[in-house]
Design a protein around this ligand. Structure first.
Ligand SMILES: Nc1nc2c(c(=O)[nH]1)N[C@H]1C(S)=C(S)[C@@H](COP(=O)(O)O)O[C@H]1N2
Ligand SMILES: [Mo]
Length: 314
């Protein structure tokens, strides 16, 4: 490790032994492509236990969201390809060239794949404004006024067929431009179910506060899934694939005991090493209660018919 242990953020601490045992015992006999999926199904069975009872759940009061100041949004970041410190990305990302930039949209589930220039993507679709809560799995939060395109619009243009069950996203992986490229053993990868991807809350962000996205926030285009922990919101995307099988995302691959595929925000399901019941609001004093689905349950709870299943919440 090149970094001091005091500098390693919590998501960086792995439980390797547990991972090796699980991977070794359970799925040796399975073909490589389906390994992750089989592991997940196995865990799904293990996960079907009720949540511990809570004395009281925080009440959902209609809340006027107060956006976090831009200088905080652009200076407190997680973008490990540029270093593990919260202030590394704002210092290091200017080496990332974001124009020209192409996004490769394809996969077995796309009848109309294509290589698209970012300028054409931005010109083709309506840019919408959405002020969303943003909740990192490390239990801090912000409120971010995004500008972006509905992912659903981009997917529809690729003409999804019956094989499009999941969407797999990949970040640029370029050692020339990213000082810590490949930190996870390859490119950063994320995934959604096709229903999650088509939900109108799911954005491909191109700006914040009506300004072009800065590199540290994932320029020129990044995913935003506001009801899930922040690691799902993958930055600087170069590839979008419509696929048949559940893709294994980077944090699930890093540490499957602590991070999985769904990663929906749930204050009643703690991280193995800290509580998820409250969050530290960056730029403010104190903590506030964390909301189920980060406050977006009305729009997304129907996607998860078995709300007692822990599988959905890490
Ligand atoms: N490619 C890539 N995307 C990433 C990350 C990363 O390290 N690399 N970090 C994730 C995590 S853990 C969080 S909390 C958010 C942070 O987004 P922000 O820095 O714009 O607030 O980006 C996510 N997307
Ligand atoms: Mo995060």
């Amino acid at each position: 490790m090149l970094i001091k242990s005091s500098e390693i953020t919590s998501e960086m601490v792995f439980n390797k032994r547990r991972r090796l045992i699980a991977a070794g015992l359970a799925v040796l006999a399975l073909p490589a492509v389906d390994k992750g999926y089989a592991l997940l199904l196995q865990k799904q069975e293990q996960a079907k236990q009720p949540f511990p009872p809570l004395a009281s759940m925080p009440e959902l009061i209609p809340e006027v969201l107060e956006p976090t100041p831009l200088n905080i949004i652009t200076n407190y970041n997680n973008y490990y390809e540029f270093g593990y410190g919260k202030d590394d990305p704002s210092k290091a990302t200017k080496s990332l060239i974001t124009s020209p930039w192409t996004v490769d949209i394809g996969g077995v589930g796309a009848d109309k794949p294509g290589l698209y220039d970012i300028a054409d993507i931005k010109g083709e679709y309506a840019i919408e404004n959405h002020v969303y809560r943003f909740r990192c799995v490390e239990a801090w939060s912000m409120v971010i006024p995004w500008n972006g395109i509905k992912l659903a619009d981009i997917i529809r243009a690729a003409q999804p067929n019956s094989k499009a069950k999941f969407v797999r996203f990949t970040t640029l992986n370029d050692a020339q431009q990213m000082p810590n490229a490949g930190w996870s053993g390859g490119a950063y990868v994320e995934g959604l179910t096709i229903a999650e991807a088509m939900n109108p809350l799911t954005l491909m962000a191109t700006g914040i506060y009506d300004k072009t996205l800065e590199q540290q926030n994932g320029a020129p285009i990044r995913l935003v899934v506001p009801w899930k922990y922040g690691f799902k919101s993958i930055k600087s995307i170069v590839k979008i694939e419509l696929v048949e099988h559940m893709p294994q995302n980077t944090w699930w691959k890093q540490n499957d005991r602590e991070y999985g595929f769904y990663a929906n925000v749930n204050p009643r399901f703690d991280h193995p090493r800290w509580t998820q019941a409250t969050e530290r609001v960056i730029g403010q004093l104190g903590r506030k209660p964390t909301l189920l689905f980060n406050g977006y349950g009305d729009q997304v709870a129907h996607l998860y018919p078995d709300p007692g299943n822990r599988l959905y919440f890490y």
